[in-house]
Design a protein. Structure first.
Length: 515
């Protein structure tokens, strides 16, 4: 009886795995639509009176008639002003959100590289076959998809004995490869369908499929092709078997996978110049051979730190005590809401530069020490030399455009940047933090950190959620907008991703030699 139950459980597990790996393309992928910004909640007179009463009656005894009468007068005088301020602040927040949503939608329709890649990567993040958009040119996006390894397939599948009794039989290499090819096509189709649904102006998606080759256990690209929107959307996807047609629908495709016992092989990059060019612009071109694909594989399969806690509610009421303290006086109609903006992990926004090009970044932490550093990165996200790594022992860049003012004796480290005087080869400034290298600790105690970017009377704020396993992470990136051929337009991105091996990993991945 127990053996029968075990057989049924194992059989059900395998069949569930088969369904999950061969039907991803049958999902519904709703087309993108302009984001709808919800209206702010109504703030009523009764609500404002209640907030004012709670504040002014604190500490007043029920028998203190004079105190309660004075509190009542203050409530009646202040509550209408507080209500007017709150309504004005909410209206300003609503208009700002609408402006941001409209700018994002227009950027998506215009195939803005950052916006399209961010939207696709967010959509791909929960797929079984992880994928990453790596570049946009016109109406074409390039994507790398990580197909699960064939070695992760089950070794046994449901079958029948010669006597017709249910059993689990060994999965042959031929059957495994046929199943794996069906899975690859299903995941590839899902990646394409979701990509065209998320980015409505894309017309072509180029995909390189990366996996580990069973015979060598080395990483390789097994499929590379180009698919157009009109051919993919004209096809019907009704059954698991329909996914195999995706290779026939490509404008051009090279696939090194067949349903034979030795049917999973890697493409020869020397014979695929377009694929080689895609990989060259995706990973560190200085890394040797297989290291390129290993680096790409690590990036695709890395555990991404979760977003920084609960999302900030832009319509959350301003506490009455805060309003009353004078930090938001009733005579000020909330311009601060228009000049201070919070970023979430992965979000980017244009950086408004002052005429002198000076931008400052303040990093504050109240619960654990952290060293701040800045990397001056070129086109391939590498430093030109160790002089382009600004940290506590080297607090200024060789060009003088980046200067670091450590936290001692305050809790705030400031980075002062002159973006107009940066050398042209510097494309990105990565602002990073790391734990104390001498104690070999992680950032586990860093819970209340905050970065604030100040430029031209505007402030962009970001509070990264720190994975306790990390010992270093990039907090923010300031980078030149790729659409500006002069390189004079800058953007800021909230990153919040890092390395378990701390400063060593941060330096290694950006070409810095640490003694």
């Amino acid at each position: 009886m127990a053996a029968q139950q075990q057989l049924e459980t194992e059989s059900a597990t395998v069949e569930r795995f088969r369904t999950e790996t061969t039907t991803a393309h049958l999902q519904d992928f709703p087309s993108a639509a302009p984001p709808v910004v919800p209206s702010p909640p109504a703030r009523t007179e009764a609500w404002a009176l209640g907030e004012a009463k709670r504040f002014h009656r604190q500490g007043i005894s029920l028998v203190d008639r004079a105190g309660r009468a004075a509190a009542k007068e203050r409530v009646q005088a202040e509550a209408p002003v507080y209500l007017a301020d709150e309504r004005q602040r909410l209206a300003a927040a609503y208009e700002e959100l609408r402006g941001q949503a409209d700018a994002w939608w227009r950027g998506l329709l215009a195939n803005d590289t950052d916006i399209v890649c961010e939207a696709l990567n967010f959509a791909y993040a929960d797929n079984r076959a992880l994928a990453c958009a790596v570049g946009v040119e016109g109406g074409t996006v390039s994507v790398v998809m990580r197909q699960p390894d064939a070695d992760s397939w089950p070794e046994r599948v449901p079958g029948l004995t010669s006597g017709g009794r249910p059993t689990m039989k060994a999965l042959t290499k031929r059957d495994r490869n046929a199943w794996w090819l069906s899975s690859l096509c299903a995941h590839l189709t899902a990646t394409l369908r979701e990509g065209f649904a998320v980015a409505p102006s894309l017309q072509v998606i180029n995909v390189a499929v990366l996996t580990r080759i069973p015979a060598t256990h080395r990483l390789g690209v097994v499929t590379y092709g180009s698919w157009s929107r009109h051919r993919l959307e004209a096809a019907r996807w009704l059954t698991a078997e329909d996914a195999l047609r995706v290779l026939d629908l490509a404008e051009e495709v090279t696939c090194a996978v067949t349903a034979t016992s030795s049917g999973i092989k890697a493409l020869d990059l020397a014979r695929e110049p377009a694929l080689a060019d895609l990989l060259r612009h995706t990973v560190d071109e200085d890394a040797p051979g297989a290291g390129d694909l290993s680096e790409l594989d690590a990036a695709l399969t890395a555990t991404t730190p979760p977003p920084g806690g609960a999302a900030v509610d832009p319509y959350a009421p301003l506490p009455y005590a805060t309003w009353h303290s004078g930090r938001h006086p009733s005579t000020t109609p909330a311009p601060a809401a228009a000049t201070e903006r919070w970023l979430t992990t992965g979000q980017n926004t244009p950086l408004l530069l002052p005429t002198d090009g000076i931008v400052t970044v303040d990093f504050t932490t109240a619960d654990a020490p952290a060293d701040v550093s800045v990397l001056l990165l070129g086109e391939h996200r590498q430093v030109a030399s160790d002089a382009d790594f600004v940290f506590y022992n080297q607090p200024a860049s060789a060009c003088g455009s980046v200067r670091l003012f450590p936290a001692e004796p305050t809790e705030t480290t400031q980075v002062r940047l002159n973006l107009l005087s940066l050398p042209p080869h510097v494309r990105t400034l990565a602002v990073a933090i790391n734990a104390d290298v001498d104690t070999e600790t992680t950032l586990v105690g860093l819970h209340q950190s905050q970065a604030r970017v100040h430029a031209a009377d505007h402030t962009w704020c970001y509070a990264p959620a720190v994975d306790p396993a990390l010992a270093a992470l990039v907090v923010l990136e300031l980078y030149r907008d790729s659409r500006d051929p002069l390189g004079a337009t800058w953007k800021v991105r909230a990153v919040g991703q890092g390395w378990a091996d701390g400063l060593a990993g941060l330096a290694r991945d950006h070409g810095v030699h640490v003694a």
